[in-house]
Design a protein around this ligand. Sequence first.
Ligand code: SF4
Ligand code: SF4
Length: 157
Amino acid sequence: MTRRSITRQYPEVQPDLPPRTRGVIALFEENCTVCMLCARECPDWCIYIDSHKETLPAEGGGRARSRNVLDRFAIDFSLCMYCGICVEVCPFDALFWSPEFEYAEYDIAELTHEKERLREWMWTVPPPQAHDPSGEPPKEIAAAGKAASRAGRGRGA
Ligand code: SF4
Ligand code: SF4
């Protein structure tokens, strides 16, 4: 009320958004193991995944192994509420937030985007933040340090 209103001149002038804006979800397909966790946890049920199993030949006298191959990964952005649960729960770092927001469509059915488009958005994902040098070390490194010091004490005894 006490300030003058400002008209944003979009699209002539791009908005100055924070780099970690939740614009769209990008898929790093190479990391996806088709574990289905994201689709199961999504509160809106707007992630669609199809896959098939592929048998890998046995190597070095071992048994043949099977692995999941991703056929379809799509997100319906007309249903998505941008909660970020899928990005948080993915155990294999396959989902990321991209600040890209210019994907409006005239037809709501066109807002379901397939894995090829989700993969392209990976190019707009900002690099991870640098580790805080004064922060706690990752739990794996702390556990390895404790195991090494226990082994050292055992040798000294
Ligand atoms: S951000 Fe939330 S609603 Fe959107 S796809 Fe991920 S889990 Fe579903
Ligand atoms: S949780 Fe991650 S690895 Fe699992 S299906 Fe979803 S994107 Fe793929």
